[in-house]
Structures are given as C-alpha cells and as structure tokens.
Design a protein around this ligand. Sequence first.
Ligand code: PMP
Length: 442
Amino acid sequence: MPDCEYTPTAYDGPSKESVTASRSQYLTPSLVTYYRDPLMIVDGHMQYLFDETGKRYLDGLAGIVSVSVGHCHPRVMDAVNKQNARLQHATTIYLHPNITTFAEKLASTLPDGLEVAYFTNSGSEANDLAILMARAYTKNFDVIALRNGYHGGTQGSMGLTSYSTWKYSVPHGFGVHHSIVPDRFRGQWGYDDTDAGKNYANDVLDVIERASSGSIAAFIAEPIQGVGGVIEMPPGYLQETYKYVRNAGGLCIADEVQTGFGRTGDSFWGFENHDVTPDIVTMAKGIGNGCPLGAVVTTKEIIQSLNESVHFNTFGGNPVSCAQGLATLEVLLDEDMQGNSKRLGTILFDGLHELQQKFSCIGDVRGRGLMVGIELIEDDDKTPATKLTEAVFENCREMGLLIGKGGYASNVLRIKPPMCVTEEDISFMLEVLGVAFSKATV
Ligand code: PMP
C-alpha cells in the first residue's frame, strides 16, 4: 500500500460488536452490509479509509461514488467548518450568498442554457423533481427509462428504476415504460456492431409508438449505468434516442448522479461523451463530496413550469451543503480531477486488460476514466460468475482494497475511487486485483 502521512485519531468509541448488536436491534434490517465480516469505518483521509483498529484501506468505491475529491479534503472541510460555525440553516425564504454562488459556478460547467438549479438532498429526490418538471412543462405523462437502470428509491424514482431487487410490490412508476438496455456485452448488438447505438435506439421509438400515447414527457438515462454494472450507452445511441424523444414532444434527462463532475475523464459531464445536450440534468453523490446534496439543472423556460404551484424543499440549498458543494466544485476544477480521472483511468484500464488476458473469467472490462466495471463470467455462454465475484471482492478487502459490486447478478466488480488517487494507488490496486483473481480461481 502506498505511504500515507496521515495518522487517524485513536478510536475510543463503542466496540464493533456492540455497534453490530445495536444496529440489528435499532436499525432497519433492509440495510445491507458489505463483506462476510462487516467493516466498521471510523476515519477517512483523501483516498484512504481506516477501521476502528487503525487499519488503512484504499477506497476504491468512494462511499458509492460520492466522495469525489477525497475524504475530508482540507479545502472542503475548511469551507464547511467555517459555514457551520456561522449559520447552519434558515431555508430559502431568506437570501443567502452560498446557494447563488454555487448555482452560478455549477451553471458555468454546463452547456449554455442549462443554467437554473433546484437543489435537493439526494439523487432520488432530484430525479422525482426532474420528472415533475418534464410533465408540468410538456403536459404529457408518459416517461421512458431504461431496463437495468437505477434512479432512486422514492416512490417516484423507484418507478424509474428497473431492477426487481430495489422494487416493492406497491403502486409506483405510473406512466413509466422501460426500453431495453443497450448492453453491448450481453445484448443483441455487440461492441463490433457499428450500428448498435441506432439499433438499440429503435427500441425507444418502438416504446413511444406502441407503449405510450405517442406523446411523451421525458426520457431518462444514465450516460453510463452505475448500479446496473457500468454499462455505457453505445456511440450514437443517445443522439438517435434524443431525436425520437423530442419528436414525440418529450424532454431528455441525463442522470449524472454517478457520471458527473469529471469522473469519466473525457469530459466533465457524462452526456458530453455522446455529443448530446439534455434538457434537464440531475446530479447528486459526487456534487457534495459526501454530504446530502443533489440538484436538478435545466433551462429558464422549463423550470418556469414549476411556478404553477409552490414547490418547496426545507433543506435543499442549505448554506452548509452549498458551502460543501461549492468548495468541492472549486477543488474539482482547480485540481483538475477530470484530468486525473483520465490519466489514471487509462493506466487502470491498461492493467485490467492485461489481467483479462490472464484470467478467462474476466468477460468484459468497461467504463471510462475512474468509473470502471469488470464483469465476471463462468463460461463461453457468459453465465454470471456471482460466487467468484464475491470471492475476488473478499480477497481484495483482506489485502486492503475496498471496491464495489453491481449488475443484476452481482457479477460486476465496480471501481470508482475518489478522483484524488495517485499512480501508486492504481499500481497497488492492480497488484491486489491480480492476487485476488489468482487466489479465487485456483
Ligand atoms: N441515480 C443514480 C444513477 C444513482 O446511482 C443513485 C444512487 N445509487 C441515485 C440516482 C439515487 O441517489 P440517492 O441514493 O442519493 O437518492
């Protein structure tokens, strides 16, 4: 593991056993933990996490793609601590400079016209609001989302989500239709098919024509599906799809909750890799480097539709979360985190492609920048290697590397570290993964 000068404060809180016991008594059992022997994390510094014994881990998942510039980044902490000491909350019924300064800076990162923000506390809430805006603006009802996509767990966003594991048998998602996932590894049209994007987009047209009234409110998609196992939209797919959607009167929504803020390396926003401009962009996670913050950004004209009624959010745009969001954005831009994602992502992908030559269970290595997925298979039929994925995942943890899992069959390893990782961290990551695969495949 690369050197780290930071020493965590000695932990003197309740034992891991007592935290485990009180969690099972007082918290909902629907909260899952990673690992056979769940980890307790009590300290964080940049790309590293520390458990209660002081053991250090390289964080390859960033609090599920949320810690964009590093745990407790000093510049972010300084801004948020100063704001905490002065004023924590008053709501948007009073003026405050943090929300406006942040909104203005955020708009400067987006294409012209996408300039009005509504701040929320989470990604689910941002997606709910985006759908509300689209329906209020277009006066249409039907919405198209993609199978295998994850957009949140509120009743509205659960309807957009297309994953039985995250759905309950309750009424949700009225008017939402799910088009096929443009998955070039498993789908009908593969990586070598130059028409794959167009072919998958034809299914959106089919859904518009056969499943909706013909007029739709919106189409929502992640430029790279995150929870769904790092599946990037094929070239041309979003361009074609956006055309069909706009012809049917709908708005195009990009869910940038995971792909935004430079993570994909090639551009600041995931949609920019596809030469499209959405009408509404939703964001969360990386926007706040770990605080509860989300946003919907759209045009002046579209957001005007919310004026039909009063729409209020008690904590959205709170001075503390906006101080954290603004400082995070400044660090992202000043420290060229996008450039870091590109440079280190390239090294990581090169190393993973080498591992793929060595281990036949690695069916696919995909993603962009520091948003990486490794899909594990059992055989030429691409049977998902779920147990093997779990074994590699556990082995990595033992060696001090924390990563994530995803995909419907939980057979995709997900690597999405804080974007401040170094070349030494990437070398360590690749070395650990090599050993983890060797041990798991003997
Ligand atoms: N959209 C995407 C793409 C996500 O990955 C998530 C969370 N995993 C959400 C929306 C929901 O965000 P939150 O958990 O903050 O509600």
